[in-house]
Design a protein. Structure first.
Length: 196
């Protein structure tokens, strides 16, 4: 992340996203596929790391192997196979967008961090080493089990997350950069899908 100053002198925290031109690898229509969509590919991949079916897909579009392929429905820009789409064709400064990505994986976490439990927290009632424990999780004689969905410790993060209503603060088309106000899901260098 970084920060920039707006016209009024306010300091705005921003996330810098590199968005080099995407290549159209497939155009789906109602007649051929049953719905309208456009498939875009991003990043420079390697031939030896690309599967044969995907390599044929890229060859048909007349492009080199790419790292990421994403499909967008209800796409209103008319493009042909192999065309490139730049950020200035889709976005303008001040647009509200959504960012979709995979959140940071945090491993196995307890209930205090994972679900916001407060723990026992007091020094009374004779407990020992119980500050961050979950407490009671099930009943006794009936139903003699723990119900499904009880919040417990477990793996946290690594989920698909969508952050909505993010504002595009600045576009730098010559460097293929988008500055979005606030934070987006994922670690540094991860792939993020920007939807209008």
């Amino acid at each position: 992340m970084t920060s920039i100053f707006d016209a009024e002198g306010k300091n705005i925290a921003c996330t810098v996203i590199e968005a080099s031109p995407n290549v159209v690898t497939q155009v789906k229509t109602m007649e051929s596929d049953g719905y309208d969509a456009i498939q875009l590919a991003y990043g420079e991949g390697k031939v030896k790391q690309t599967t044969k079916p995907l390599q044929g897909h890229f060859d048909k579009a007349g492009t080199t192997p790419k790292q990421k392929v994403v499909e967008f429905r209800s796409y209103d820009v008319n493009k042909n196979l192999g065309d490139q789409i730049d950020i200035t064709e889709i976005f303008t400064e001040g647009d509200k967008v959504s960012a979709v990505g995979t959140s940071k994986g945090k491993g196995f976490q307890g209930v205090v961090k994972r679900h916001g439990f407060s723990g026992v927290g007091q020094s009374t009632h004779g407990q020992h080493n119980r500050l961050r424990a979950p407490g009671s999780v099930g009943a006794s004689a009936w139903p003699s089990r723990v119900f499904k969905g009880v919040r417990m410790a477990g793996r946290m993060g690594g989920d698909r997350v969508k952050t909505k209503n993010l504002k595009i603060v600045k576009l730098l088309p010559e460097k293929h950069l988008i500055l979005i106000q606030g934070s987006v899901p994922g670690h540094k260098g991860s792939f993020v899908i920007i939807e209008k």
